[in-house]
Design a protein around this ligand. Sequence first.
Ligand SMILES: *[C@@H]1O[C@H](CO)[C@@H](O)[C@H](O)[C@H]1NC(C)=O
Ligand SMILES: *[C@@H]1O[C@H](CO)[C@@H](O)[C@H](O)[C@H]1NC(C)=O
Length: 402
Amino acid sequence: MSLATTMIVLFLQIITCFLFTTTASSPHGFTIDLIQRRSNSSSSRLSKNQLQGASPYADTLYDYSIYLMKLQVGTPPFEIVAEIDTGSDIIWTQCMPCPNCYSQFAPIFDPSKSSTFREQRCNGNSCHYEIIYADKTYSKGILATETVTIPSTSGEPFVMAETKIGCGLDNTNLQYSGFASSSSGIVGLNMGPLSLISQMDLPYPGLISYCFSGQGTSKINFGTNAIVAGDGTVAADMFIKKDNPFYYLNLDAVSVEDNLIATLGTPFHAEDGNIFIDSGTTLTYFPMSYCNLVREAVEQVVTAVKVPDMGSDNLLCYYSDTIDIFPVITMHFSGGADLVLDKYNMYLETITGGIFCLAIGCNDPSMPAVFGNRAQNNFLVGYDPSSNVISFSPTNCSALWS
Ligand SMILES: *[C@@H]1O[C@H](CO)[C@@H](O)[C@H](O)[C@H]1NC(C)=O
Ligand SMILES: *[C@@H]1O[C@H](CO)[C@@H](O)[C@H](O)[C@H]1NC(C)=O
């Protein structure tokens, strides 16, 4: 703990050059049809009865390509809205005096008004943190302990005294690649020591569920209520790697309609996790060679005219007034989860309309593969590190808690 600066490079949202529509209505109904690994039963080995105590939760919001949760910091409690990121660990919020902050809609947290804010000391000095995300956005500031409060199912607030948080004083302020104004900061949820779940002190750490959609509000659950079970639920094996705080899945194949493209025989093939699931990244990313195989399969089906993507992701895009012409994509994960994705999950329409892009980016092979948040839309997604599964239950997320 004597390191004056922690330097972490992690993976957050990666937004492409096109602005994609926020009107998330799926005009084509719900085409998700999952093969079940275990009918009816919970994929988790934990049953709700085993889990004691109240279940913390928070309200979530959608803004363009990101998902946000509400929480309170300080005494008296001050509400912040921060991005939900299972691909990083530190919790930070923009923090007064904020010499180099991006403009945010909500008031900025002022630690001088909180009686529980304590700067962490490193060798007699402030402890600095610096986090740089995959899209090169960053936050720098000082580490502190502070009370964090979220609601719980008992009706009593779930109070986390002396939670380590980052007081963000210098946060990327670039017009196009900065943080969203709707967001006060980021809530890291991976397995790293500074993440919200690592600091929650629940009997089974790491149980998380969320349900994302491009409209309305939803909830993120922790503990008891985060077990995802019931009809239609499928489970993918979760792989936890040594000294690696990400939640890995193993992608065996992708189907473009009936055309199955196995990872076997490609450099992407693995049996112990080759892609991590991330709530904080919008698109899905595959390594270049495998990615090109999937794109070629899409190109074989789509006859519309291609349009170059000017963004850094160089997506496969077409002129089209309708999403109907695009093939259905199914992702086959080890453990028996074959996720038949809605077209909304896999094709993004530009904000001005008339162009759709495949929501799969091709990564340099040195970069990890990521299963992004758009692909997870309209699934209730449950993380259960104690059973090594990630469960997916097809759900109309905007209707779930409304
Ligand atoms: C699944 O649950 C439903 C309703 O609870 C029940 O009618 C059905 O028999 C169950 N199926 C299996 C395979 O257990
Ligand atoms: C999902 O629920 C919302 C809100 O209840 C509703 O407006 C929408 O039509 C539903 N979508 C589908 C595909 O059923």
